[in-house]
Design a protein around this ligand. Structure first.
Ligand code: SF4
Length: 455
């Protein structure tokens, strides 16, 4: 199960998330930051200011999201929001919250007046029986629901987030039915990712034989209700006609780097045969450990291009910030749908009788694949690093090429050599320094780790 090692690194390029602190008044059974509650401090205010100031000088992010722990417990939240609003140049300020404190209408109003215009509210069941059992806090559903109603009345953007575990899988359609009333902009369903209970002793990992039909039913109900959905960490082929809802992207996160060390890896038995292998994660390792490979359930879509062992992270569907997820309802996006990155080399291939076949984008690298006369080559951008060898450097990137494969009898060699040369030159001219690739995931170092008490 090593072939997908390290593949979990996609991000959304227009979004920045800041993990302010790790305290919470709920105790959700699946909590992804549970360990961090004790270990991490959250991001120092100065580091947050630096990220905001960076964005003012070099605008990259359209949205900033504050999260925790539970962000509404943060005493300095209004200072964070004010700084982002006044200094950052963001179009949207979002809170990721359990929504409980938003039951206080005056508090919700203050947040909106302060500049928060989007609320991503966790709702893990359609009623107190399900939600309170999961959150292990009586009254949490009623509070969150009152909060959602307040937000709806205030006219702000509301999104919901549901983590899929054994306890709420039977209630997903009922959840959609409940949430319809507050007219969310999007409902997101994130399959549970174990971060410490890899043996699933808590019994949270739902078998796909139960999860997939329940989720499809919920997605169908959402679609019929006009609610767009996004699904993370569920095999695409199990979603049937709702496969376009798969969106495994994540924003850049200002969080302690090592938080991602324990992220599960993913794999699919059929990856070499499936057309979606470059964009679908398959199953996470703890799932395979518990429920097996799901050989009979997963149905690969036959590949139209040859399979290659992945060297890089999962490719993003699109970097177009106007669309949530890949945004191509019912159809996959074209393989070059990365407008900002396409602009850097647009027209070069055609000038030389070649074509740009695809753009593969993840957080660390952008790969342009050029083809001509049965030959192909990849032009690779990585973060600029003057200490590493490169074909040339632009303002932001090291440029290199790899995987030159010639056509019959060496065909395409001269054409692709000309394309590489021209593309590199064009990149240097067009790179204004406003696009970012980064080797890091968490953007914050060990200064954000608490010292453990000696025991
Ligand atoms: S067969 Fe595997 S790679 Fe293809 S869609 Fe299903 S889970 Fe994803």
């Amino acid at each position: 199960m090593q072939s997908y090692k390290g593949r979990f690194e996609p991000t959304r390029f227009a979004d920045l998330t800041v993990t302010v602190d790790f305290h919470c008044h709920s105790a959700c059974r699946f909590c992804i930051v549970q360990e961090g509650m004790n270990l991490y401090r959250g991001v120092p205010f100065e580091r947050f200011q630096q990220a905001v100031d960076d964005n003012r000088h070099k605008p990259r992010y359209r949205r900033i999201t504050f999260t925790g722990g539970e962000i509404t417990l943060e005493k300095k939240l209004f200072e964070y929001v004010a700084y982002a609003r006044e200094r950052g140049g963001f179009e949207h300020i979002r809170l990721q919250t359990n929504g409980r404190l938003l039951a206080d209408r005056a508090y919700a109003e203050r947040l909106v007046e302060a500049g928060v215009d989007e609320f991503f509210v966790s709702l893990h069941g359609p009623n107190p029986e399900v939600q309170d059992f999961i959150s292990q806090r009586e009254g949490s559903f009623d509070e969150a629901w009152a909060g959602l109603e307040n937000l709806h009345a205030l006219g702000v953007t509301v999104l919901t987030n549901t983590v899929l575990i054994t306890h709420n899988v039977p209630h997903l359609k009922a959840l959609v039915e409940k949430v319809r009333a507050v007219r969310p902009t999007r409902m997101e369903f994130w399959n549970y990712l174990p971060m410490e209970d890899f043996e699933d002793e808590r019994g949270l990992i739902a078998p796909m034989a139960e999860l997939a039909p329940a989720l499809r039913e919920a997605l169908a109900h959402a679609e019929a209700s006009g609610i767009p959905c996004a699904v993370k960490y569920v095999p695409r082929c199990l979603l049937g006609e709702h496969g376009h809802c798969v969106d495994n992207t994540q924003p850049d996160v200002v969080i302690v780097e090592e938080f991602y060390d324990v992220y599960p890896k993913f794999a699919c038995l059929w990856e070499a045969k499936c057309e979606h292998a470059e964009t679908c994660l398959g199953l996470h390792h703890p799932y395979v450990h518990k429920h097996g490979w799901e050989r009979e359930l997963l149905t690969p879509t036959p590949r139209t291009t040859p399979w290659r062992e992945p060297e890089d992270g999962l490719a993003l569907g699109t970097d177009d910030p106007t669309r949530p997820g890949d945004g191509f309802e019912g159809a996959p996006p074209p393989p070059t749908h990365h407008p900002a990155w396409l602009r850097l080399v647009e027209g070069v291939a055609e000038e030389h009788g070649a074509r740009l076949a695809t753009i593969l984008l993840d957080r660390r690298r952008c790969t342009y694949r050029f083809e001509a006369e049965g030959a192909r080559v990849d032009l690779l951008l990585t973060k600029r690093d003057d200490g590493r060898p490169a074909l040339l450097r632009t303002r932001s990137f090291n440029v290199a090429y790899r995987h030159l494969e010639l056509g019959e009898g060496g065909a395409g060699k001269a054409t692709l050599a000309a394309v590489i040369e021209a593309a590199a030159r064009t990149l240097r001219e067009r790179d204004r320094g406003d696009l970012l690739l980064d080797e890091r995931k968490g953007l914050v170092g060990p200064e954000a780790t608490r010292r453990r008490r000696r025991s």
